[in-house]
Ligand binder design. Structure first.
Ligand code: NAP
Length: 313
């Protein structure tokens, strides 16, 4: 199929990709945004964001993303509902192959592909996924467990936020973490500890998700100190075990760290090592992973791309 060459393509439609699209479209670069499998990125499933500057009363993740998208559209960004499977780089051209069988070519590329939820890789996790009780999104699936007992696994901000959200819907929320303290923020830590509907189980590893074939009935836990095992009955299991970057399409083409995060060039934190490729958001940020930082690095990547393109002509 013939390929139309773009001036700039943005990969990803989360906070970073949309901020890049706003800046690139305002800079008259006529960007094409390839949205990926999950339009809107991680924020789309975040119930409320309290720390994005400018929203003192908080804002829903879905609303924030939709506002950013319409802002980018207003300045002329175009959107393609495709998911990139592989890429190739040659002098003067970057080419991409999408799952829709479309090939793309571009002078400049901003990679803002974000991260996806990690699995626990324990028995029962796959078997009871897909609506049978195991979920990675409380906002999406929490209402199915109204009045029931559920478990949230993890000790970061996502786990604490999911537990708080579920505590308003479910009869009881067990928050289970493998260490003796959470790694999430102090304010979230305080909120879960003072919430009567949340029962905290620390130093506990989930070994198996149990069920009756049709749905989850409980989990088997092991205390890492005493090695004691017990079964905790529950109807839902929400896994919040962190995230892995979406970078496999670029493996072997661009440098990745040992966890798969994109590595920037030594000279410019906005740029990848291949000329004309720029990085933004969580896919290149193992350390911070905040919406405001993703948006900021999206803007930075678009400015860097604009400078690089104008330096070429
Ligand atoms: P995270 O901070 O990486 O936490 C992941 C948690 O899952 C850790 O507690 C980890 O345990 C646990 N875990 C990982 N693998 C596990 C396994 N196999 N079994 C059991 N537990 C496992 O990830 P996150 O909570 O998704 O947060 C990612 C980033 O986004 C963070 O920087 C966070 O601050 C940010 N975030 C911010 C907000 C907000 O500002 N409102 C909301 C959500 C997330 P260990 O502690 O033992 O490693």
């Amino acid at each position: 199929m013939a390929t139309k060459k773009e001036q700039i393509i943005v990969l990803g439609s989360g906070c970073a990709g949309l901020a890049a699209a706003i800046y690139a479209s305002r800079g008259n670069l006529n960007p094409l945004v390839i949205e990926g499998n999950r339009r809107g990125g991680q924020l789309i499933t975040t119930e409320e964001i309290e720390n994005f500057p400018g929203f003192p009363d908080g804002i829903g993740g879905y609303e924030l993303v939709e506002r950013m998208r319409s802002q980018a559209e207003k300045f002329g960004a175009r959107f393609s509902n495709d998911h990139i499977l592989s890429m190739a780089c040659a002098a003067g051209e970057i080419s991409l192959r999408g799952s829709s069988a479309v090939n793309y070519a571009t002078e400049a590329l901003i990679i803002a592909t974000g991260t996806d939820s990690k699995c626990l890789e324990i028995p029962g996790e796959v078997e009871y996924g897909g609506g049978k009780g195991v979920s990675v999104c409380a906002t999406c699936d929490g209402p199915f467990f109204r009045g029931k007992e559920v478990a949230v696994i993890g000790g970061g901000d996502t786990a604490l936020g999911e537990a708080l959200f579920l505590s308003r819907i479910c009869k009881k929320v067990y928050l289970i973490h493998r260490r003796d303290s959470f790694r999430g923020s102090k304010i979230m830590d305080h909120r879960v500890r003072s919430n009567a509907a949340i029962s905290i189980l620390l130093s506990a590893v989930v070994e198996e998700i149990l069920g009756n074939g049709a749905g989850v009935t409980g989990i088997r836990l092991r205390n890492v100190g005493t090695e004691e095992r017990k079964i905790l009955p529950c109807s839902g299991v929400f896994i919040a075990a962190g995230h892995a970057p979406n970078s496999s399409f670029a493996a072997g083409i661009l440098p990745l760290d040992s966890n798969g995060y994109f590595v920037a060039s030594d000279e410019d934190p906005a740029a990848a090592t291949f000329p004309g490729i720029f990085l933004a958001g969580d896919c290149a940020d193992p350390a911070y992973q905040q919406a405001v930082i993703a948006a900021g690095t999206g803007a930075r990547a678009a400015i860097a791309a604009e400078r690089w393109l104008s330096g070429k002509s």
